[in-house]
Ligand binder design. Structure first.
Ligand SMILES: NC(=O)c1ccc[n+]([C@@H]2O[C@H](COP(=O)([O-])OP(=O)(O)OC[C@H]3O[C@@H](n4cnc5c(N)ncnc54)[C@H](OP(=O)(O)O)[C@@H]3O)[C@@H](O)[C@H]2O)c1
Length: 305
């Protein structure tokens, strides 16, 4: 029997990688509903995958902005009207936002939460009646939920909220569905990004405050974020974890995935934070921290004088 999945954010990056994995999986035949805003881009990305044309016929692209409640309702109705029930919801719709706490407006912060956090809640509430008993609900979270990243407070906070949401959702739905969050570090997508057709996750941080970019420290840090993503782990790693969740009767609440050193450092910082938050700050911000700390001491001295 065919299995059915709903992939908000499945048109690019991690979601697209997971889609390729499921379609090429020998054990099950999957029908996948991909939902995103730019459906033309989705079509182009789908045909570039290493997947049999016949299998691609089982993929349907729906236009849906997760920040738009009526589009979410409509997308799920479309699946329902086709007579399908779902075995899997993979939520990888997301955007990045970079900018300092000081320069970020409430509107920008709200936009960030709207996609990464409220969007998931909108989808969950609508999709629930369509999920089969025992179906998997898998949001893509981020290691940024667990460690503080300079100039990415909005992103980190939205992912931290999603982390806790996922945990509680899992407890509430324990007897009906299998809820398991994937918590990736830096991941390289399937398609080369960073151009007009395929904006990179960092391009989605366009709203990053110009003043912040022009500040020497923040521009260095944002450049580093971009480099880290370009050199990230292959998105097949995330897809393998998704398969593990699907095959498990009782999957773990969370699966961290990424380059081993990065995952280890996050574990280490969680452990260290039991004793010293200051040490975690130094560990996470590296050499940038030292120069920022030095600068702020100088500024404090200046204003005191
Ligand atoms: N790549 C990484 O290093 C990494 C690491 C940790 C966590 N993550 C998380 O993994 C998820 C996917 O990241 P990615 O790197 O695969 O990013 P990506 O390649 O930019 O993919 C994002 C996906 O979300 C969709 N999307 C964005 N805004 C949307 C909206 N308002 N409504 C509906 N769909 C929307 C995009 O399609 P449209 O633009 O057409 O709507 C696209 O399909 C994100 O939640 C991200 O935070 C990524």
């Amino acid at each position: 029997m065919k299995k059915v999945a709903f992939f908000p954010g499945g048109s690019s990056g991690i979601g697209l990688g997971c889609l390729e994995k499921l379609l090429n999986n020998k054990e099950d035949d999957w029908i996948i509903f991909v939902a995103c805003r730019d459906t033309d881009r989705a079509d182009v990305n789908l045909v570039s995958l290493n997947v049999d044309y016949e299998k691609l016929k089982n993929v349907f692209v729906i236009r849906m902005d997760v920040t738009n409640p009526s589009q979410v309702t409509k997308a799920i109705e479309e699946i329902k009207n086709k007579g399908f029930e779902l075995d899997l919801l993979l939520y990888s719709a997301g955007r990045g936002f970079a900018g300092s706490v000081e320069k970020t407006s409430i509107e920008e912060l709200t936009e960030q939460f709207d996609v990464n956090f409220f969007g998931f809640h909108r989808v969950i509430r609508e999709v629930m009646p369509l999920l089969k008993k025992g179906a998997c609900i898998v949001p893509i979270i981020s290691l940024a939920a667990l460690v503080p990243l300079l100039f990415q407070f909005a992103y980190c906070a939205s992912k931290a909220a999603l982390f806790m949401y996922t945990w509680i959702l899992r407890m509430e739905l324990k007897n009906r569905f299998r809820v398991s969050g994937i918590v990736p570090g830096d991941i390289k997508g399937k398609i080369k990004r960073g151009n007009k057709k395929n904006p990179s996750f960092t391009d989605a941080r366009l709203k990053a405050k110009k003043e912040d970019w022009e500040n020497e420290e923040s521009s260095k840090i944002l450049k580093k974020i971009e480099e880290d993503e370009d050199n990230g782990a292959a998105c097949e790693k995330v897809a393998d974890v998704l398969l593990k969740i699907l095959h498990s009767k009782n999957p773990r609440p969370f699966y961290m995935v990424g380059k081993p050193l990065q995952v280890f450092l996050v574990w280490l910082s969680k452990l260290i934070s039991l004793f010293s938050y200051g040490l975690v700050e130094r560990l996470v911000a590296g050499k940038h921290w030292a120069s920022i700390a030095k600068k702020s001491i100088t500024e404090t001295k200046k204003s005191a004088a």
